[in-house]
Ligand binder design. Sequence first.
Ligand code: IMP
Ligand code: MG
Length: 174
Amino acid sequence: MTHGAPGEIVVTREGLSERVREMAAEISADYAGRDLLIIGILKGAVFFTADLVRELTVPCALDFMSVSSYGSATQSSGVVRITKDLDGPIEGRDVLLVEDVIDSGRTLRYLMRNLSARDPASLETCALLSKPAADRLDLRTRYVGFRLPDVFVVGYGLDAGERYRELPYISALP
Ligand code: IMP
Ligand code: MG
């Protein structure tokens, strides 16, 4: 390791790859014979999405979108804005939305509403991490990698002020 973790490691590199393989197996079984379109949310879900699709045993298409939520650095206001939209329509497609982490759940709730208005054949969500607040929002997340306590984490795509995305593990910020 060339540079240190900012805090305690919450999910190791091996733990990530094992869980990603398990999730990919479940998704592959569920989407066999369907028209799977994976939508990754930039930038946090890039690493997870790239690893996940390489473990799938069913074909898929890939698109990305980028959103930003207004508010302070640590507290999302719930007002979400699309800063990069999808390249193509999703009408009639079996869409799987891939997120890095669900915290308050507001980002995901906004995206679900926005995308379901575009008439996909189906719309499900997959999050690598989920925090306790998300459970209170009544969000049905089809696939969840790890449930975390209410800690701020970085690495494997997740940032703190654009830092630490490159870490190959997930670490808590001290
Ligand atoms: P939500 O709308 O509150 O669910 O916020 C989700 C977004 O906040 C994620 O897509 C991340 O960009 C960011 N976020 C929430 N928790 C963390 C964390 O622990 N580390 C890094 N980013 C986080
Ligand atoms: Mg972020």
